[in-house]
Write a protein that binds this ligand. Structure first.
Ligand code: PLP
Length: 375
């Protein structure tokens, strides 16, 4: 059996190697490393795939979040409601900009923002909601967009883990990241659409916002050496765009491979007492950035060790919620204030998930998990 990894990026590369190597050689041969034709072509192709008017490449997903907040003109002291059960990037950029993160709890089955708690957290200072489409499944966007309309708030979707997934709402099917004012994603190598280094992008259907986003990414400048606003330097480089153009063509097939692995996991684990398979939100399909179980009874860490001792890596995403991180702890959201989030951090365990898992590996993973519960 091939050794099992959380993500098999080399195995994936082997299958597209000739095409990728040729594309990289072409960029190097042209020396168009920054803002080359590959970047523009990728932005257009991704916009067509997502059915969104504008895609703007940038340096990484964290930059994309920061640029979104800057382009929306949020000011120090403005409150932004988001999840605490997520990667720290959102909270980090809010803190850097002097914005105030306000955490809402998540739902115990889908791990995504609980709209009822979002509504409870709205104050006169609230300016935006940042739903994180965690692990590859869209949050309840109809409910979140309704709250945003009611209180006149911006919505910035963090689609770093959910690119390609689809939400089915009253206006038909919409791709993840294209429903709010701005959507952001990351092309970090292990993400569902990963490049071979850092990369990110913003999406919007608003021409004016697209212009502001491009300006912020480019040192606050529309015309070289003339600076209208304070900006940053955040670009998607041409080598990464060349890789992404190739991988975008495979993105739906990659999602099918992830779903096939998830279906094997579901079938194997659905009846095990003490184990809960990931819940599905009926208005979204899932692209399984992660396949995340809940392990009851305080046995999560023991299961993790049992798996690792038998050649099955497993990871805890995330062990500490943002509101309890040393850097972001505050009186406003003390321990105990987000009960579902805090329980999840004690119970979740993510299994290997990639486009390359074969039947033999899946069988070893499922039987090793079952072995822990049946002895
Ligand atoms: C990966 C990720 C980010 C940050 O993306 P980078 O490209 O690593 O900066 C932000 N939010 C979420 C939910 C992520 O998973």
């Amino acid at each position: 059996m091939k050794p099992i990894q959380m993500v098999d990026l080399v195995g994936q590369y082997e299958k597209i190697k000739p095409e990728v190597d040729a594309a990289l050689a072409e960029v190097i041969g042209s020396a168009a490393f920054i803002n080359g034709p590959q970047v523009k072509a990728f932005e257009q192709e991704l916009a067509a795939y997502l059915n969104v008017k504008h895609v703007i490449g940038c340096g990484n997903g964290t930059d994309a979040l920061q640029v979104a907040m800057m382009a929306l003109g949020l000011k120090p002291g403005d409150e932004v409601i988001t999840a605490s059960f997520t990667f720290v990037a959102t909270v980090e950029v809010l803190a850097l900009l002097g914005l105030v993160p306000v955490f809402a709890d998540v739902l115990p089955d889908t791990f995504n923002l609980d709209p009822a708690d979002v509504a409870r957290k709205v104050t006169p200072k609230t300016k935006a909601i940042v739903p994180v489409h965690l692990f590859g499944q869209n949050a309840d966007m109809d409910a979140i967009l309704a709250i945003a309309r009611e209180y006149n708030l911006f919505v910035v979707e963090d689609a770093c883990q959910s690119i390609g997934s689809e939400h089915s709402g009253p206006n038909g099917k919409r791709k993840s990241g294209t429903m709010g004012d701005i959507g952001v994603t990351s092309f970090f190598p292990s993400k569902n659409l990963g490049c071979y280094g850092d990369g990110g992008a913003l999406f919007t259907n608003d021409d004016e916002l697209a212009h502001k986003i491009r300006r912020v990414c480019n040192h606050g400048s529309d015309k070289r050496y003339y600076h209208e606003v304070v900006g940053v330097n955040s670009r998607l480089d041409s080598l990464q765009a060349a890789v992404l153009r190739i991988k975008l063509k495979h993105l739906d097939a990659y999602a099918r491979a992830r779903n096939a692995a998830a279906a094997v996991y579901d079938e194997a684990f659905k009846d095990i007492e003490g184990l809960t398979i990931p819940g599905r939100w009926q208005q979204s399909n899932h692209v399984f950035h992660q396949y995340t179980l809940r392990v009851a009874g305080g046995r999560r860490d023991a299961l993790k060790k049992h798996l690792e001792d038998r050649g099955v890596p497993a990871m805890v995403y995330y062990p500490v919620p943002c509101h309890l991180q040393v850097a972001y702890k505050g009186a406003r959201c003390p321990e105990g204030s987000l009960p579902v989030t805090e329980e999840l951090t004690r119970e979740v365990l993510s299994l290997p998930m990639s486009t390359e898992l074969d039947n033999e590996q899946l069988k070893h993973i499922t039987s090793t998990v079952k072995g822990f519960f049946h002895h």
